[in-house]
Design a protein around this ligand. Sequence first.
Ligand code: CP
Length: 310
Amino acid sequence: MNWARKDLLGLEELSKEEIELILTTAESFKEVSSREIKKVPALRGKTVVNLFYEPSTRTRVSFEVAAKRLSADVINIATETSSVKKGETLIDTGKNIEALKADIIVIRHNYSGAAAMLARHVNLNVVNAGDGWHEHPTQALLDIFTLKEKLGRIEGLNVSIVGDIAHSRVARSNIWGLTKLGAKVTVCAPKILIPLGIEKMGARVTVDIDEALEKADAVNVLRMQFERDQNDAFPNQLEYFKQFGITQERLAKVKKDIIVMHPGPINRGIEIASEVADGRHSVILEQVTNGIAVRMAVLFLVAQANEPSL
Ligand code: CP
């Protein structure tokens, strides 16, 4: 199949075939990063703008590396030091980036729907690098890519997502992507951190961590987003670790080759024990490496959507 979308806004709207196309394109790009000269000319002459309204280490750097490996020019806009601080709207910022003849905007924003709104107002390609609690599609794609690389398939896998589901765009994108590819997804958290209606997305819900881990081929551990706890309603950190933390003791009771993932940044000793984060089950840094190939694939595919058909 050919890619036809101008933008990548979320996995909810993608078909199974579109997700598979991104994954196979990423497989072909992965080898570029092991070359002596880590570059291909696929996006030569294109300009990618990273427009980040929220802090980021992995996603921003990964998109920059991915764009540079495709030979694109890259401009990073940190909104803290931009005219956003003077009150410029997102749409005006987007239109000005368009007037500066950029080709692709990669946007991270604290409001759900911000990437989609921008995409409606500019002709540039827009890639969602995380919008509010809504979606973080490239994170889920790199999680799925890593799982497939490790276990050879997605269909039929049991994947548990443990942690702050309520505030997690990573959880939402993972549920959409994994279920479309035939995995069985369980979410596990204290009741207050499980959003109403999450079962309608196709996920099973449990508040029992041992039950969530029992049959899991992989567990994706999410950060507790304490900065979003406006009502002071979260369990305290020690209590959370005791009841839901991913520890060696818990992993000793489950499938011996269970894969442990985490999108980062990690809160060691809160949602995951240090020895698990650094231990033999962990693929956390492999996820980061795979993010480059996945983001190369996404940038490459959305840019093709602008090319006239032959
Ligand atoms: N996983 C993730 O989105 O990390 P950053 O916030 O560092 O980009």
